[in-house]
Design a protein around this ligand. Sequence first.
Ligand code: HXC
Length: 257
Amino acid sequence: DAPETIFVERRDRVGLITLHRPKSLNALNRQLAREVLEALKAFDADDNVGAIVITGSARAFAAGADIEEMANLTFAEFYCDDIFAPWDELRSVSKPIIAAVGGYALGGGCELALMCDFIIAAEDAQFGQPEIKLGILPGIGGSQRLAKAVGKAVAMDLILTGRTIDVHEAKAVGMVARVVPSNELLQTALEAAHTIAGYNCPAVRMAKEAVNVAFEASLTEGMRHERRLFQAAFATEGQKEGMHAFIAKRAPVFRHR
Ligand code: HXC
């Protein structure tokens, strides 16, 4: 079935997912979670796609989990029907995912942005984990990823006070990779994704895998993992092409498969 809560399109070698529930500022309900994950998996399996961008509207990337959908759920219902479980599958996507964030990225919206590989944000972006104001706490990795991204002090401040930070504070603490004018947000994100999609595809996936190991493993294990991936890169055609092109002083042409 065609998705109803998102737009899915391909721009050249970039897969673009646009969250679209304008009446609720892109609140993340079950249907949206299912549709985003389906689209991501399809892009991950598509040889014509080398990188992915997730964006929202000018007003909101996403204002969090859908409060109306959650409000009356009991512990037993939540436990037996774990409506947030689909988001865990985002970790299995091996191609890079860029979050292009304008407007509100709150609660689950902030967590979704943090789940992506990096964030490019518009001048008017706002980030926060306001769950504490609703009597709850982050539920799709915010307490873990925010702590890893910005350290204990800032993570505790945001999660315990529920305050919202502007894009400059988010950039200063390391949540955001780049800040751009609002009217250049999508273009900048698509260009970054396009650049990535033009590189040696296995090397791109290996690089993403290697950085992610840093969040799970000891330095020794992580270094070993990186070294094996580095050596494996020499089994790819793209490594030969990249290096021979450099030596011949020409632009490399990576074959995508
Ligand atoms: C459902 C939401 C929503 C949400 C906004 N809306 N956020 N509906 N779930 N998370 C709806 C509003 O009810 C309203 O609907 C419409 O979107 C526009 O929002 P307004 O509040 O009228 O806009 P504004 O005054 O500009 O305020 C914007 C806002 C505010 C600051 C973002 O909407 C807000 O505080 N939203 C909730 C943010 C939040 O608490 N997020 C955390 C959710 S819990 P109507 O019908 O009135 O027009 C969470 C848990 C994570 O994320 C767990 C894992 C996913």
